[in-house]
Design a protein around this ligand. Structure first.
Ligand code: BTN
Length: 259
């Protein structure tokens, strides 16, 4: 990977991208840099991760061919404004993928990008707060299977995951895609973009209208109805009661093995 080309295409200074052959987790590297004062928009990119992390404490397999990118973001957001950030970042990531490959991924609430019924990418957002409780920075980590060969995935992951290369049958320009992500992702912090990005997210969210299983507390089945302004999922359970789901896992029937 050519860091200079990525920065040129992204329109950022060369010191804004740290490119690593391998690291445990780019989110952790970015967090350490943010604590040392690295500015908004600084990006950490690794060719492989040895301890990639996903949402809900899961590990994120990170073989060569994927994009493992973490951005330091320093929006002056309140706790309320932070709530929809993962969905807004997913929307920005999808726009970056579309710009480079002409293929628009869909969303599985809240942080998965899909191609067909398989996972292309996941987003892990980790905020850090100052002593007075205000937001210090947010690390936005994205793992995207770009030119990954599906045989690199563990057997149980193969049925659920795809890569851009596997989906299109063509090797993709990873440097262009990284540069597009570096340009698009910070848009999630622009207040004026929020309504438009959330509408885009809703329009392409495969979870909506589907039967879902809500987990991570009380487990129940429901129908997903809408995504609200905090990017929480509104569901109706079998008794007709409405719930607002803002954390935990929601599996969608027909996706990733929820029969
Ligand atoms: C998920 O699917 O649950 C989120 C996966 C996020 C993975 C990315 S890869 C870059 C960054 N570093 C990590 O350790 N995790 C994120």
């Amino acid at each position: 990977m050519d860091a200079k080309r990525i920065c040129r295409l992204a329109g950022v200074e060369e010191d804004r991208l740290i490119l690593l052959e391998e690291t445990e987790s780019t989110n952790d590297t970015a967090k350490a840099l943010a604590r040392q004062g690295a500015p908004h928009g600084t990006a950490v990119l690794a060719l492989r991760q040895t301890a990639g992390r996903g949402r809900l404490g899961r590990s994120f397999l990170s073989p060569a061919g994927g994009i493992y990118l973490s951005l330091i973001l320093r929006p002056s957001f309140t706790a309320q404004e932070l709530m929809p950030l993962t969905a807004l970042l997913a929307a920005c990531a999808a726009r970056a993928v579309e710009e480079v490959s002409n293929i628009l991924p869909q969303f599985k609430w809240v942080n998965d990008l899909l191609l067909g019924d398989k996972k292309l990418a996941g987003i892990l957002t980790e905020p850090a707060f100052k002593g007075d409780g205000t937001l210090d920075f947010v690390i936005c980590g994205i793992g995207l299977n770009c030119n990954t060969d599906p045989c690199e995935f563990q057997e149980e992951v193969q049925a659920m995951a795809t890569s851009l290369k596997a989906f299109t049958g063509r090797e993709q320009d990873m440097e262009r895609l990284v540069s597009a992500l570096i340009r698009h992702l910070p848009q999630a912090c622009v207040r004026e973009e929020k309504a438009k990005l959330l509408d885009f997210y809703r329009a392409h969210c495969v979870t909506l209208g589907k039967p879902v299983r809500v987990m991570g507390g009380e487990v129940y089945t429901a129908t997903a109805l809408d995504v609200d302004e905090n990017a929480a999922l509104i569901v109706r359970d079998e008794q007709g009661e409405l719930h607002t789901v803002s954390a935990g896992e929601v599996s969608v029937r027909g996706l990733y093995g929820y029969a």
